[in-house]
Design a protein. Structure first.
Length: 188
């Protein structure tokens, strides 16, 4: 099977409904941002895999959950490509993220200050993933508005919670690796 199809040589691509869509559309921007988050999560997992200073069980749980998130993002792409005529992301998936956030927060000291994105390589990269997820969220809103959708699907809520998860994951990893958070200094 060839990787190239040449069907996009004129600046369009197809969705799962068989429609041709311009490659500069909000639809493709959203799909691309979700793909970028997915690739970054794969890289974050590679960083975690190579870290020998994290507790094995906690590391494995985080890595397994990141793979779960990657699968969710692929399913989200399918949902978007079907123009929300099929729903893949359910409320239970959003709840899974919320539960993971709560579990990590129980094991992490409370945040008392604004922090700079620093610490371990893995913790800092989780913040990179978070900022890309925030971009995807902004484009998701734009896409939904352009399509005149009446409500926000669970997949949008999932992206919103994912950025929260990644913020907390960064803090959790840094705490587990004994990396201090850099407190933001306010300029006067």
């Amino acid at each position: 099977m060839k990787v190239y199809t040449k069907t996009g040589d004129k600046g369009t691509t197809g969705n799962l409904l068989g429609e041709r869509i311009a490659k500069d559309s909000t639809f493709l921007e959203l799909q691309g941002d979700i793909d970028e988050v997915n690739a970054q999560l794969g890289y974050l997992n590679a960083l975690l895999q190579n870290n020998t200073n994290l507790n094995y069980t906690e590391k494995k749980n985080v890595m397994d959950f990141i793979v779960h998130i990657e699968n969710a993002l692929y399913n989200m792409g399918v949902e978007i490509s079907y123009n929300f005529s099929q729903y893949k992301i359910k409320e239970s998936h959003v709840k899974e993220l919320e539960n993971e956030i709560d579990l990590m927060l129980e094991k992490t000291p409370p945040q008392r200050h604004f922090i700079l994105y620093s610490g371990s390589l893995e913790g800092t990269y989780a913040q990179v993933c978070r900022s890309t997820t925030r971009r995807a969220e902004r484009v998701f809103v734009k896409y939904l508005k352009e399509g005149n959708f009446d409500s926000y699907p669970q997949s949008y809520l999932y992206i919103n919670r994912l950025s929260d998860y990644l913020f907390v994951l960064s803090r959790f990893i840094n705490f587990k690796l004994n990396k201090e958070e850099t407190i933001m200094k306010q300029w006067v």
